[in-house]
Design a protein around this ligand. Structure first.
Ligand code: MN
Length: 321
């Protein structure tokens, strides 16, 4: 059951020290939704810290000030925990215990909930991004929407709609984008970094993708072992574009990337064309997400063994919606 943003704003106003969390392997929406709140709460005079377990990609570091992110979380210093863009406890990674044990907590999300519950919850699966929810919350709190804040929100909104091309693009997401631009979001810089910049590493990673992807019936995929990942000098976040790049292939209805992020630990990212549901497939593998973009994390003895599990799961559950 959802609490109103007004109620959530009251809880935030009453708190003094806030810990902000978001999901493991944060994407731009995770960063936009959490960091915009970070700067907003600072304005309200709160003591606020943001904790993220994983390393940011090279591109993310061009749009986000990584130096504000902290690693060591001492729960006793906070009277409120807030998680953004995260549907399950598992997705909070090493901070899940801090969140679960918190006296006072808030879940803000736009995924179908997968068990993560706060003392207060605002989950809206009709929102294209969690950044949209952060925007509404900051407005409810009467925070001054600075250029820095609206740029972070626009970054998240634009990323989760894939620059307003995904099926979650609608009049609401475009109207919020319009407002963010009106308030000074640095659209051209964000677009330049998100969609028009290729770092040398990204080109190497694209080469790897196009030399190694496979297409089996209507499924396009690419495997990347831990050894390869290290050889490419990349972290998992650098390869987040793989599944969306593959779904653009003609004939592919479902795509996935399978990345061994550390020895025998695999990250799967799914994409689908309209009419296919990858959330159900990800859920079968212990993950979650949206109809057209989902993910899961599994352990396995070899990359090919895990790949077979995924393909079999897709074949079993790919029924058109
Ligand atoms: Mn999101």
């Amino acid at each position: 059951m959802n609490d109103s943003l007004k109620k959530i704003a009251e809880v935030i106003k009453k708190s003094t020290s806030i810990a902000l969390l978001t999901h493991i392997y944060p994407d731009f929406d995770a960063l936009g939704s959490a960091l915009s709140l970070y700067y907003g709460f600072k304005q309200l005079g709160k003591n606020v810290n943001i904790f993220i377990c994983d390393k940011l990609s090279e591109k993310q570091k061009l749009l986000v000030d990584e130096s504000v992110v902290e690693k060591q979380c001492n729960s006793s210093l906070f009277d409120l925990f807030i998680s953004t863009d995260t549907p399950s406890k598992k997705r909070l990674g090493t901070y899940s215990e801090n969140f679960m044990k918190a006296q006072n907590s808030i879940v803000l999300d736009h995924h179908k909930n997968d068990g993560l519950k706060g003392t207060y919850n605002y989950v809206n699966t009709n929102s294209s991004s969690c950044s949209e929810i952060s925007y509404k919350l900051l407005k409810t709190l009467n925070v001054r929407l600075t250029e820095e804040i609206v740029s972070l929100l626009y970054m998240g909104l634009s990323a989760d709609t894939n620059s307003f091309t995904n099926s979650n693009t609608n009049k609401d997401s475009l109207y919020i984008a319009y407002n963010l631009i009106k308030l000074g979001a640095n659209v051209s810089y964000i677009n330049e970094i998100q969609y028009k910049t290729q770092t040398p590493k990204e080109i190497e990673l694209k080469k790897y993708l196009y030399n190694n992807y496979k297409i089996e019936n209507n499924i396009a995929y690419c495997l990347l072992s831990y050894q390869q990942l290290q050889k490419l000098g990349a972290v998992k976040a650098d390869c987040d574009f793989y599944s969306s790049e593959l779904i653009s292939l003609q004939g592919a209805d479902i795509s996935f990337s399978l990345i061994e992020s550390s020895k025998n630990y695999y990250e799967i990212s799914f994409r689908s064309k309209t009419g296919y549901d990858v959330r159900t497939i990800a859920e079968q593998l212990g993950g979650g997400g949206h109809l057209c973009a989902a993910g899961a994390k599994i352990q396995g003895e070899s990359i090919n063994y895990v790949k077979d599990i995924i393909i079999n799961t897709i074949k079993k559950f790919e029924n058109k919606i």
